[in-house]
Design a protein around this ligand. Sequence first.
Ligand code: S3P
Length: 441
Amino acid sequence: MTKTISTQTKGLKGTLSIPGDKSVSHRALLLGAIALGTTEIKGLLEGEDVLCTAQALRKLGARIEKRSNGLWAVTGTDAFKEPESVLDMGNSGTGVRLLMGLLAAYPVTAKLTGDASLCSRPMKRITDPLSKTGAVFETTDGKLPITMTGSEKDVPFEYTLPVASAQVKSAVLLSGLRKKSPTVVYEPVACRDHTERMLKAFGADITVEKDRQGVNVITLRGGKKLTACPIVVPADISSAAFAIVAALITSDSEIVLPDIGINPLRTGILDVLLEMGADIAFENKREIAGEPVANLRVRSSSLKGVDVPAEKAPSMIDEYPILAVAAAFANGETRLNGLAELKVKESNRLQAIVDGLTRNGIDAEALPDDSIRIRGKGNKACGGGLIEANLDHRIAMSFMVMGMASESPVVIDDVSSVATSFPEFISLMNKAGANIHDYRD
Ligand code: S3P
């Protein structure tokens, strides 16, 4: 069995090129696949999740290729064709859920599946609203594999999001694209809005307003062909977070991360780290292709524990594992609140965080109200644990970062899932000065 060991390091240095945003990459492929003309995408994330989405869209009739200049070109198809084989979406919740939304409006039958992690995740949150639009789903237990048949029924659809989920919001909006009748999504708690921004860029008739209760009312008037447009994918703040925390908790470090997406609905992690005392500077803030970006300069910092309110969760939902590692090296107690959604990610992350920290000598506990309490140790000894990643890329990367600042090395049983979102993570971190290696035991 090959395992991976991350050993204490200091002085992380350099300019690290973080790969493209996963959420934006999926959406660029999906919208490009149904748009008139060829969409050119710069900076597409070439991780397994996104490549699975590309492969599924090819099977449905879109032309997707990487050009010699590094740009990806997506030529849309007028109408999806019935795929000849199963659409295997790998590890990707975003890929499968958004694709189900898009497919819901086409009269084709497709079977979708994924790896063991994806097949254990809830899909009813997608199939329930999409069933109301006329699509039909066959599933044994509300999970993948699912065989679905879309519908061209053109009726108005209104939906209030029961969970703060950009995947659910996006699936419903995408299902409305071919219908003349309006699709209205009520969003009581705002979550990432890349779909709304990109739909506008592709020429869709979409408006977002706030009602008197502060609920976002997103109205899509479909029935209009999307038009291809160039997309520049910002570097992924969710991937950058691993490098940021690595630089903060190791001594004598200073790194620069160019072109990081700082969409305000994604930057909760930066707000919280700054509150903990992190030295993070935003340089050259600007907007690229409808998304705000900045270069981030991060230096080693002495962190203090914080209380993170539940309202923060939608803007940093993927960053709790790495924030928990930062909290382990902070002085004082950290409380992370409102984490119910973490139980249905690539693994049960709420449990994985507590187990992983505990195995590395940190006093951490899951509380009955879906919060986590972590007693930070500052820079006192910790580490020495073996982590089971359970096909969860963010758990694997978080604990590799923990090893970088721990007195005793941290071992991960299987880091293969890292290829889903950040294939170059280990080489990039080692180039900056980390000490992460595979070994056979
Ligand atoms: C994503 C939304 C989030 C996030 C996921 C990407 C997206 O999931 O965890 O990694 O691209 O829409 P939920 O919508 O389930 O919260």
